[in-house]
Design a protein around this ligand. Sequence first.
Ligand code: DX5
Ligand code: ZN
Length: 219
Amino acid sequence: MDITEKKPVTIISASILNSDLSDLRTTVRRVDTSGAEWLHFDVMDGNFVENITFGSSVLHAVKPYSGAFCDVHLMVELPQRQIDLFAEAGADNITFHIESKCDPDRMIEEIHSLGMRAGIAVKPETDISSVMPYIGKADMILVMTVEPGYGGQGFIPGTLSKIKAVRDAAPYIDIEVDGGINNMTAKLVKDAGANVLVAGTYLFRADDMHEAVEALRKA
Ligand code: DX5
Ligand code: ZN
């Protein structure tokens, strides 16, 4: 087999966290026409992080209006409780945090058994060695490039070495980055080995979201 066939392709995942939450139907349609392949859904419980956002019922409500792959990022203390709910709501991927209270092997198994992809996220301060045992089991590693909790924060350059460490260990795994991604930082994270780029503020502030998506893709 041609080895290049397995090389991860660039995927843009639009985070709706800082979009106009009063009009989510328009938001998800806008993402669909922008060329972004994934819709990134930030779930926060007020425990794992201070902020509280939205749960599976909101994904269920917008799912009929979106043709995008639904990329759920659980920033919750007890992610196991959310798997069935998000599967029923139409999630295509569930990413949970290695710092949350869960058995990662069991999480991956359950997510897979419901036909979804499984990702593991790691906060900026957490040692990257914590996720290494799950490479080969999880479909994706999410290297947080800001502290989870809020959109619109500045990219943390110290996270680049973590992306490189995962890419060196796993040439073909999907590596997602999340937080402070724009046309400048996209180049840095791609050079380090990331291929799934989450962007919220940069995309939703753009006059032309399609152009902004292409700028990230070509960075
Ligand atoms: C932060 C969230 C991110 C956030 C990214 O906790 O996980 O997905 O929405 O937003 P920007 O692109 O604004 O940094
Ligand atoms: Zn996120």
